[in-house]
Design a protein around this ligand. Sequence first.
Ligand code: ZN
Length: 240
Amino acid sequence: MTVRVTVWNENVHELNEPEVAERYPDGIHGAIAESLDADGFEVRTATLQEPEHGLTEAVLAETDVLVWWSHCANDEVADDVAERVVDRVNDGMGFVPLHSGKNSKPFKRLMGTTCRIKYRHGGETERLWVADPGHPIADGLDDHFEIPSTEMYGEPFDIPEPDRTVFISWFEGGEVFRSGVCYRRGRGRIFAFRPGHEEYPIFYQDEVQQVIENAVEWAAPNEGASATWGEVDPVESGDE
Ligand code: ZN
């Protein structure tokens, strides 16, 4: 079955900064959506500015995997929309927060930690090492790849211990960072991927597109087993 992806973007830098708009004429969401569309996924986009940020009950019900880019407007996401995303993840929707999506309300609620980091602007090189070469999210990559210029994120990264750490980044200034981490919450799969600062054309880079494609494939829900919650009668009668 074709995986249905919604690419969500706060879309604020694109509206306020001509340089970002020039780099991403259809928005960061547009660039990501175009590459996923070419991979054969069924893709739609949604942004902060739309009613309910474009993440209505109906849209989320038809979303298998939600890719999320946010940066400066994390606090502007309505609590009830964030809660709705969390509920859908627990219910099986895949969730792929990119870059400062680690500071988004849904991700922080799903983690239960502050998700704080250290950071530095200035265009340093990032070298991403594959720490889990057999993982499907690393499929098709060499043992490392580089992003020529980016914003630095450094450890400590205040997250729960990941189920798997697929990528670890090194930066020119010396810091390191767990830049691709996997979790399960309820029935849902989560992959947080660090790259994607808006000042550089990172979402046009082949390896980055490959990782996002792999992550969408990996995070897509499967049927699984049915589950019953709440008070129940015993399965065995216990009186024989
Ligand atoms: Zn950034």
